[in-house]
Design a protein around this ligand. Structure first.
Ligand code: ZN
Ligand code: ZN
Length: 95
């Protein structure tokens, strides 16, 4: 499956829309929601069979790991900037 677009539901669930207009929950998103809510029905959807191929599953997992890494890097950069500011003020003679 090659998702045409993705959609974010009010519950936070991310779904990929296939070429037939059917929404298929993205695997990393389903796992995460089940973990935080304890509700294991998030993966249930009116499926036309498009999300059943392994390559798509691996791609969506890779994409969610990549996104998680980006968030971690952004936070690291922010923390480093905060540290730099602190050093700047600490180094001032009458600081
Ligand atoms: Zn489809
Ligand atoms: Zn599906």
């Amino acid at each position: 499956m090659k998702p045409v677009t993705t959609n974010r539901r009010a519950t936070g669930l991310i779904e990929a829309i296939c070429e037939h207009g059917v929404g298929h929950p993205v695997y990393g998103s389903v796992d995460w929601l089940i973990k935080v809510s304890g509700d294991d029905t998030f993966g249930i959807h009116a499926c036309d069979g498009c999300c059943k191929d392994n390559e798509w599953q691996i791609d969506t997992l890779k994409a969610s790991v990549r996104r998680a890494n980006e968030i971690i890097y952004q936070q690291k950069e922010t923390l480093m900037r905060v540290k730099t500011m602190k050093e700047f003020f600490d180094d001032r003679p009458n600081g």
